[in-house]
Design a protein around this ligand. Structure first.
Ligand code: SF4
Length: 261
């Protein structure tokens, strides 16, 4: 087994902070250079000297001057001079790709958000089929659909299993799921509500669309175990019903002021 031993730091270079500062002053105004902070051993006969940066707007940044020396030579050469951030420097936040910054609701009319070729949420229809699993078990219909799709009569791509799972998890955990506050106090679940429109395909066993124009979830996907107070079978309790009003009385005895004109 071989072990690599790191060469000792070059003492000549470690002590050459004055030379490094002089080199830096040829490029940067002396007033922008602060105290010598440290000398970093970068490798065999290579050292970086760090100086405080006093330039306005660069709090926490450092000038770094890297110097080197050839073997058995006393002359020092300057490799590079750069400005680098220290631990307390204000730096730009990490770059986030555009596609990862987009959130639901960010798209405006006319905006385009193309799907990437290798997006795992969708797959060629000839691999997956288009709703090839019929929730009612009508295999013949499912097979006819699949053949039609293979002949190019359907969509080019459709949701992959991963895409379906992602959507199901998102919907289940969202405002149309069982944990939504409105569902917690609902008289009954969407499953038994007349306003639930069932989906087809793999999501049909758990999700439907609410079609009650008076409900908060009208037009949205809801889980079967979601619910709300606008459930089709919801009834007011006796206490909640308005008090019955007495019948109208037709007064045939006294005369109204208007009648006397
Ligand atoms: S009205 Fe309420 S209970 Fe009925 S489907 Fe819509 S959300 Fe579900």
């Amino acid at each position: 087994m071989t072990t690599s031993t790191r060469p000792k730091p070059d003492t000549v270079l470690l002590g050459a902070d004055a030379e490094a500062r002089r080199a830096l002053e040829t490029e940067v105004a002396a007033a922008d250079i602060g105290a010598h902070l440290e000398a970093r051993d970068e490798g065999e006969r290579v050292v970086s000297h760090l100086f405080e940066c006093l330039r306005p707007g660069y709090a926490g940044w450092r000038w770094s001057v890297t110097i080197a020396r050839a073997s058995r030579q006393k002359d020092i050469t300057v490799d590079e001079m750069v400005l680098i951030p220290g631990p307390d420097a204000i730096t730009a936040p990490a770059w986030v790709p555009y596609k990862d910054r987009i959130k639901p609701g960010d798209l405006s009319p006319g905006d385009l958000l193309p799907v990437e070729e290798d997006d795992p949420r969708i797959a060629p229809t000839y691999l997956i089929g288009d709703d090839a699993i019929d929730p009612l078990g009508r295999q013949d219909i499912a097979q006819i659909r699949q053949v039609a799709d293979e002949l190019g009569l359907g969509r080019v791509r459709t949701l992959s299993r991963e895409g379906i799972d992602e959507a199901a998890e998102r919907w289940y955990a969202g405002d149309g799921g069982p944990a939504a506050p409105i569902a917690q106090s609902a008289p009954d679940h969407c499953y038994s509500c007349a306003f639930l429109v069932r989906l087809s395909g793999r999501l049909a066993h758990t999700f439907g669309v609410c079609a009650n124009g008076n409900a908060n979830d009208d037009g949205r996907v809801v889980t079967f175990n979601h619910g709300c107070g606008a459930h089709s079978e919801a009834q007011l309790s006796k206490k909640q019903k308005p008090l019955p009003l007495p019948d109208h009385v037709f007064d045939t005895v006294t005369t109204d002021d208007l009648e006397s004109f």
